[in-house]
Design a protein around this ligand. Structure first.
Ligand SMILES: Cc1cc2nc3c(=O)[nH]c(=O)nc-3n(C[C@H](O)[C@H](O)[C@H](O)COP(=O)(O)OP(=O)(O)OC[C@H]3O[C@@H](n4cnc5c(N)ncnc54)[C@H](O)[C@@H]3O)c2cc1C
Length: 456
């Protein structure tokens, strides 16, 4: 039988893989649960408003991936500098936190306490990771890199507000590698910058130029989908995959629900980009008990994007800012990404609310969430209740893989189980349980496509 590849999930990973495999001559079908493609990188459009799953921007240090995306837009995407801040006790700090912010923006007392505490931690704190080779927690990393004072006043409240678990239980790998700097490192770069009198970058990836399409970030996966279809991929939407059965004749049957009916499709290879633990639980014959136990141990943080439509303009002095001790962790002003994300004269202030699935926030209506957030927004001078003329909402159950301190062993068990099965592969942020941006998703998809093209 000629290779028939079925891709589960039409986010950027599944679409990029399908594009490349179809271009290499394979028959590829993508099964996507939603009405539109793009997954976490999609844009929902209604009445002239474009809502991302939290504002995204495209950036990459990988020239091949950057050029691939830019070429999809016939060079009509334009680079913008990144304008990100951390709003802390009424002050706009650098993000990621820099020595300049600590020493000069947080206030002299706080700066001195942070400096002494950092020296103290360098002299006396035994970093657990280094001392006993265990997985390093966020607490270990933050105290070792920035000292106890900044850990307690800054990293701990922010991290726990976001992840909803203790910093002791969270692996340091939850901090994206490109922001995982240290006070000493930022101090060294600050001095170098002063000496060189030039804008040397503190954290290279955070300083890369960013790109944002006119009518929402979702244009990127939409264009990848168009390219894939042109190359021969079939994309079937509103297909909710429920079972994946491996048969002895080296084929796999995928069962999915569409319009209330269960349908099936047979392939010779399946690539799953849907949440890894859900995929493992769909397999028939079922995996051994210990694999299923590990699947239960991996969880995801859910996410709500609440859009507040207003006629106010130029509200933030950056594109987005992180905030502490608020029901939301980030605020963005969408007109700073593209004025075409809402009708003329309007603007969207977008709040990101990380939450646990089935928590009070998750179950709240957009009106209830508005009531929950508007007090802080007013206090911080962002929006008053009367400024908001309409509410928009997106709820995403699987947004962030949670790297608990013991997650690596469970992930390895699931990955080993999948890798032993020649007809199955997993890919992507949820599929591989790997915290990554879309450039990395695309890169991994193209690499897997090359591997499958040479082996199938
Ligand atoms: C709030 C937020 C902000 C972000 N900001 C940025 C940014 O600025 N820049 C950046 O590059 N990246 C950003 N990212 C990361 C980026 O969105 C993801 O890395 C990327 O979109 C993941 O793509 P994926 O295809 O791997 O997964 P997904 O996009 O999750 O795709 C998986 C797909 O599978 C589908 N699916 C699930 N279950 C089933 C089923 N049973 N049957 C069929 N289909 C199913 C889903 O509907 C989805 O379409 C951000 C992520 C979040 C959450």
């Amino acid at each position: 039988m000629k290779s028939q590849i079925i891709v589960l999930g039409g986010g950027i990973s599944g679409l990029s893989l399908a594009w490349k495999l179809s271009s290499n001559g394979f028959q590829v079908t993508v099964l996507e649960k939603a009405k539109i493609v793009g997954g976490l990188a999609r844009t929902e459009r209604e009445n002239g408003y474009c809502m991302d799953v939290g504002p995204h921007s495209f950036f990459s240090e990988d020239a091949e991936i950057r050029d691939t995306v830019i070429n999809l837009f016939n060079n009509s995407l334009h680079p913008e500098p990144r304008r990100v801040k951390f709003y802390y006790q009424g002050k706009y700090l650098d993000y990621p936190l820099t020595a300049f912010s600590v020493l000069f923006q947080m206030g002299i007392i706080s700066g001195m306490r942070a400096g002494f505490s950092f020296l103290n931690s360098k002299l006396f704190f035994r970093n657990n990771y280094k001392s006993n080779n265990h997985e390093q927690s966020v607490e270990d990393w933050a105290i070792g890199s920035f000292g106890k004072h900044l850990y307690q006043t800054f990293f701990k409240p922010y991290t726990e507000q976001f992840w909803k678990i203790s910093c002791k239980e969270l692996s340091a790998r939850s901090i994206p590698a490109h922001t995982r700097t240290s006070f000493l490192n930022t101090l060294r770069l600050l001095v170098q910058k002063r000496l060189a009198k030039r804008g040397s970058s503190l954290v290279e990836r955070e300083m890369l130029p960013t790109y944002y399409p006119d009518t929402g970030y979702g244009e990127i996966p939409e264009r990848v989908a168009d390219a894939a279809v042109k190359a021969g991929t079939k994309i079937l939407k509103e297909c909710n995959v429920i079972e994946v059965e491996e048969l002895p004749d080296s084929t796999v049957v995928v069962r999915y629900e569409k319009n209330g009916e269960v349908k099936e499709m047979t392939g010779t290879h399946i690539v799953s980009t849907i949440p890894l633990n859900n995929f493992v639980k769909m397999l028939k014959p079922p995996p051994p008990y210990d694999v299923l136990v590990s699947a239960e141990k991996l969880d995801y943080r859910s996410f709500i994007a609440l859009g507040m439509v207003t006629e106010k303009q130029n509200i933030l002095n950056c594109s987005y800012m992180y905030v502490l001790n608020r029901p939301y962790n980030r605020i963005s002003e969408m007109n700073r990404f593209s004025p075409k994300t809402s009708p003329k004269g309007e603007n969207i202030i977008l709040l990101e609310i990380p939450c646990l699935m089935n928590s009070a926030a998750w179950n709240a209506t957009k009106e209830e969430l508005f009531e929950m957030c508007i007090g802080s927004l007013s206090k911080d001078g962002v929006l008053l209740p009367g400024d908001v003329k309409r509410l928009l909402i997106i709820k995403e159950p699987y947004a962030y893989p949670v790297y608990r301190i013991d997650y690596a062993a469970h992930l390895k068990k699931l990955s080993n189980y999948i890798n032993e099965r020649k007809m199955l592969s997993t890919l992507g942020r949820l599929g591989e349980f790997m915290y990554m941006d879309i450039d990395k998703c695309m890169k991994r998809a193209f690499t897997l496509a090359d591997k499958l093209s040479s082996t199938l």
